[in-house]
Design a protein around this ligand. Structure first.
Ligand code: NAD
Length: 499
């Protein structure tokens, strides 16, 4: 996106969205409506329906019917692939519009939203190929009388619960793969960022995804999300969100022992050795925690830096932070936008206060930024952080970096692993032995060497420890939505049991 393009304007009035069941768009009628204000501008931008549990039942029934009659699950994979390829084309065509709604509801910079939306088209293209490549196995080594097959079948109706930090990106890190596997979907976006999930519903319809294969119910987590994880006719729930709610999903899923995919929180280390390219590493560390205002599950919120360069490096990161352009996310030049919800804004500011109270030193930032409207927080670096402080242990989900020095490689690994989470980690060094050793020993599902936050449709996403279960994306992401069947085939006459 051109940084010199003029800033976009706000909608004159909030746009009203319906929800999608069995190919039909349903308006609010006498249901309650949730009005969402732009967190960057404090003006209402969208209205979504507060669906009821009865609406969810209707959507699950539509998804069940679409799954069982085989209109999607049993057609040749090449036909599913062709539809997914059309989805990619339509996303590219509508990218500006999707990015605009993402920014309005989430507060992220428009240029960033646009690049995320562009990236999702590639996910549909990758999944189209994966649909055709998906296969089982054969056992030709069981003797003359027996042949064995292992087949993969779509798991069925999938409930998809997504968070507000990357409403469209996270959705599209799952939907193409679930569809590639042949499943049907009932999606429930976060109540504060539902628009782009509903827009994806329009895109999928236009691409030729049959009615009932992709349904969207909007509403709160405590009613619709909870009812979804408890629902006896949903075969799997893919939940992305906080570890606390993930834990409640595990309990709720017990009714029918549905399979759960859980992508949860993180407190991700960035380990910087003295031999790293410090300029590069400082830029990466600033990006790792500044990007998306630190509201990423994979934000690198703990800087574990070799003591001999700790002070110099802390200053380097702070100088990067001071140059970041924070401001109106509708301005194409903005790099860091608004905090997405007032509750999250309070959480972050409370952690900054706690950091000060517990004895950490503010190197830069540490305060709310006043642009006359919206909620913004200056990217913040805390020095003198010890492992017992709240800012070292808890997922803050904001632009707050905690710096902890180390003396030996062993100590760096121990600090990195001193967390209940295991989502992601980065290591910065020019020494290949250190890079490999750290990569092998730090317990995290995603690892970056001399970079951070990079990714694409090929490599899987998921966490160790309390960061979750299962993997999304890549071929692993398609397999996750299948189940395996073993088939034993007798060849010739059976050896009789009763003679
Ligand atoms: P959240 O857990 O509050 O909500 C996530 C989703 O769950 C929303 O759609 C919400 O409506 C729904 N929900 C709420 N209560 C529910 C319940 N009882 N049962 C079922 N669903 C319920 O999370 P959030 O505040 O939207 O997002 C921030 C969190 O998400 C952070 O902890 C972050 O680390 C995590 N996250 C993880 C990943 C990952 O891939 N690991 C990605 C993004 C965000």
């Amino acid at each position: 996106m051109d940084k010199n393009a003029p800033a976009l304007s706000l909608p004159a009035e909030p746009r009203e969205f319906g929800f999608l069941v069995g190919g039909q768009w349903i308006a609010a009628g006498d249901r309650e409506v949730f009005e969402r204000s732009s967190p960057a501008h404090d003006v209402p931008v969208s209205k979504v329906v507060k669906c009821t549990p009865a609406d969810l039942d209707m959507a699950v029934a539509a998804a069940r019917e679409a799954f069982e009659d085989g209109r999607w699950s049993r057609i040749p994979a090449v036909e599913r692939a062709n539809v997914l390829l059309r989805v990619a084309q339509i996303i590219r065509r509508r990218a500006d519009e999707i990015a605009y709604w993402e920014t309005l509801e989430n507060g992220k910079p428009i240029a960033q939203a646009r690049s995320e939306v562009d990236g999702t088209a590639g996910m549909f293209e990758y999944a189209a190929g994966a649909a055709r490549a998906l296969h089982g196995d054969a056992f030709n080594n069981l003797g003359d009388g027996m042949f064995g097959l292992v087949t993969r079948e779509p798991i069925g109706v999938v409930g998809l619960i997504t968070p507000w930090n990357f409403p469209f990106l996270i959705l599209c890190e799952r939907v193409p793969y679930i569809l590639a596997a042949g499943c049907t979907i009932v999606a429930k976006p976060s109540e504060v960022t539902s628009a782009t999930t509903l827009l994806l519903g329009e895109v999928l319809q236009e691409a030729g995804v049959p009615d009932g294969v992709f349904n969207v119910v909007t509403g709160s987590g405590s009613t619709i999300g909870q009812a979804m994880t408890e629902h006896l006719d949903i075969d799997m729930v893919s939940f992305t969100g906080s570890t606390a709610v993930g834990r409640s999903c595990v309990q709720a899923a017990a009714g029918n022992f549905k399979k759960l995919g859980l992508e949860l929180g993180g407190k991700n280390p960035q380990i910087v050795f003295a031999d790293a390219d410090l300029e590069d590493a400082a830029d990466g560390v600033a990006f790792g925690i500044g990007f998306n205002t630190g509201q990423c599950c994979v934000s690198g919120s703990r800087l574990i830096v070799e003591r001999s360069v700790a002070q110099e490096f802390e200053q380097l990161v702070a100088s990067k932070f001071e140059k970041i352009k924070v401001g109106d996310p509708l301005d194409p030049a903005t790099q860091v936008g608004a905090i997405t919800t007032p509750a999250q804004n309070k959480t972050i500011m409370d952690y900054i206060t706690k950091g000060r109270e517990q004895g950490a030193r503010v190197v830069c930032g540490g305060e709310q930024l006043d642009f006359g409207r919206g909620q913004y927080i200056a990217p913040t670096v805390f020095g003198d952080v010890t492992g017992d402080m709240a800012i070292a242990r808890d997922e803050i989900f904001g632009p707050v970096l905690s710096v902890m020095p180390f003396d030996t490689e062993e100590e760096a690994i121990a600090i990195a692993n001193d967390t209940v989470y295991g989502l992601a980690a980065s290591v910065w060094t020019k020494n290949i032995d250190k890079a490999l050793n750290v990569t092998r020993r730090v317990r995290a599902g995603r690892f970056w060497v001399n970079t951070t936050l990079s990714g694409g449709p090929e490599l899987p996403i998921g966490g160790f420890k309390q960061s979750g279960w299962g993997r999304e994306a890549g071929v692993y992401g398609v397999e996750e939505y299948t189940q395996i069947k073993s088939v034993h085939i007798e060849i010739g006459k059976r050896d009789p049991w009763v003679s």
